[in-house]
Ligand binder design. Structure first.
Ligand code: MG
Ligand code: MG
Length: 258
């Protein structure tokens, strides 16, 4: 799919609502809160802004947010039984539908005092995402994005999850092309103006191997070590990446007192 500037502006509005929702989550993400409480507040916030949660009901997913703490990689189902603890790292992935367009972004939050090793993993994942975005320029290929992410995080000793990938996004939550976080330079489809994609590295501290829980959704690391996840939706405009989601408003909430 190739989107016009007008359509891209509408996708941006959906993404900015995702970012605002994630910033709200940052305000209330404290030890003792359950992931189900977070989910309820996020759903209400999204609906209050005239939008719908994009994940709820998607292929049967039961909630507004995917919340994946520590060794969980992605697609964790919010639950009253999952209580946030001091020292957790918590990936929250959120999607919205606003005026028929889909927003999709994810951010890994530190809760209280987080140990140095987990903070380094988070930074590597986030930096890997931005390396991928830098490679997302017209004339490059999709494989250049994955190569950029992979070479950055592997140089630091981390591993890239293979089972899940980024994707086109806009009129639907998941569109072509798939955007792996690993790859070879010069491989895959050409990147063109008007392309809108979500880039979302899922990076493990230990091995890249995953397991899926009995709930059929939750991906965790096989070795039980931590994993981090950051996701931006971007549009290719005037030859380069225009980031549609916004981490700055989340960072302000999360790091204001640090
Ligand atoms: Mg997402
Ligand atoms: Mg996504």
């Amino acid at each position: 799919m190739i989107y016009s500037d007008d359509e891209i502006e509408q996708i941006r509005q959906a993404d900015l609502l995702v970012s605002k929702t994630l910033a709200e989550m940052g305000k209330i993400l404290k030890p003792g809160i359950s992931t189900l409480q977070l989910d309820k507040i996020a759903e209400e916030f999204i609906r209050d802004h005239g939008a719908e949660p994009a994940f709820k009901g998607y292929e049967g997913f039961p909630a507004t947010l995917c919340i994946s703490e520590n060794n969980k990689i992605v697609h964790g189902i919010p639950s009253e039984k999952v209580i946030i603890k001091e020292g957790d790292i918590v990936s929250i992935d959120c999607g919205t539908i606003l005026n028929g367009f889909f927003g999709d972004s994810a951010y890994t939050f530190p809760v209280g005092e987080v140990d140095e090793e987990k903070l380094k993993l988070m930074k590597a994942t986030r930096d890997g995402l931005y390396k991928g975005i830098e490679a997302a320029v017209a004339g490059n290929r999709i494989g250049d994005i994955g190569y950029a992410v992979q070479s950055h995080v592997e140089s630091l000793g981390y591993t890239v999850v293979r089972e899940l990938v980024g994707h086109g996004v806009g009129r639907h939550l998941h569109e072509k092309p798939q955007v792996p976080n690993y790859g070879k330079r010069g491989n895959g489809k050409k990147i063109k103006n008007g392309l809108v994609i979500a880039i979302e590295p899922m990076i493990n501290m230990g091995s890249k191997d995953v397991q899926i829980a009995n709930d059929g959704w939750t991906f965790s690391t096989l070795d039980g070590k931590p994993s981090a996840h950051f996701e931006h939706s971007i549009a290719i405009r005037n030859g380069k990446a225009d980031i549609l989601s916004d981490f700055e408003m989340i960072d302000k909430v999360v790091y204001q007192n640090k």
